[in-house]
Design a protein around this ligand. Structure first.
Ligand code: DX5
Ligand code: ZN
Length: 229
């Protein structure tokens, strides 16, 4: 398991979402990300029920695990995540995130994830208030704030997300991963960092163009921001 205290430690990281990668050449895209300095990959699992889209499942996570040692952050957009924690962990997930909208109490799922030896995350959609996740903030390793309704890449960022990030940062322990997902790019990434995010899921804004060049450009925006912190 990754050491969460060392991993967070004031770092601001890009978290490439492979949903926007070239599925016919995943390994080649992963190599480009590795050579750019990526440390973590974001994998979007959709069931066509919790969200109106289907992405990829267990065999693809296994295939990715076979070709890389990077930390795998698995975002479960599933109506019944409890049933799938074990299979995705065995497939190679290091971090398993579940949606608050899919469960009444996430704590039993966090317990299960911990038993499986992985880190746990809790995700909230744009219409869901921070109050809904506040009681669980100390029970998990990551809070993931959606900047768009989940299901598709390439959507426009919802500006109310900034206030949610600020609120979560103000009440969180220092070693919490605060991630933002959806619509993160050149125009929004710095403001997300200023609002308190430390892990930035980037799909379209990274893969639309030369991956290595885009990784550098987006990282530079974060470095600039870190300088101001
Ligand atoms: C959306 C997914 C995101 C998606 C983000 O449901 O959770 O991870 O890949 O894509 P962009 O960065 O294009 O908004
Ligand atoms: Zn995602």
């Amino acid at each position: 398991m990754i050491d969460i205290v060392k991993f967070v430690n004031g770092n601001l990281r890009l978290n490439p979402s492979l949903l926007a990668a070239d599925f016919a050449n995943l390994e080649s895209d992963i190599r480009k990300l590795e050579s750019s300095g990526a440390e973590i990959l974001h994998l979007d699992i959709m069931d066509g029920h919790f969200v109106p889209n289907i992405s990829f499942g267990v065999p693809v996570v296994e295939a990715i695990r076979r070709v890389t040692d990077l930390t795998l952050d698995v975002h479960l957009m599933l109506s019944n995540p409890m049933e799938y924690l074990g299979v995705f962990r065995r497939a190679g997930a290091d971090l398993l995130s579940i949606h608050i909208e899919a469960v009444s109490d996430p704590r039993p799922l966090f317990d299960q994830i911990r038993k499986l030896g992985a880190l746990s995350g809790l995700v909230l959609n744009p219409p869901t208030s921070v109050e809904r996740v506040e009681p669980f903030i100390d029970d998990c390793d990551l809070i993931l704030v959606m900047g768009v309704m989940p299901g598709f890449g390439g959507q426009k960022f919802e500006p109310l997300t900034f206030d949610k990030l600020r609120r979560i940062r103000s009440i969180s322990k220092p070693n919490l991963l605060i991630s933002v997902d959806g619509g993160v790019g050149d125009k929004t990434i710095e403001a997300c960092a200023e609002a308190g995010a430390n892990l930035f899921v980037v799909g379209t804004s990274l893969f639309n163009g030369n991956i290595q060049q885009r990784f550098r450009q987006l990282s530079d925006l974060l470095k600039k921001d870190k300088g101001n912190l």
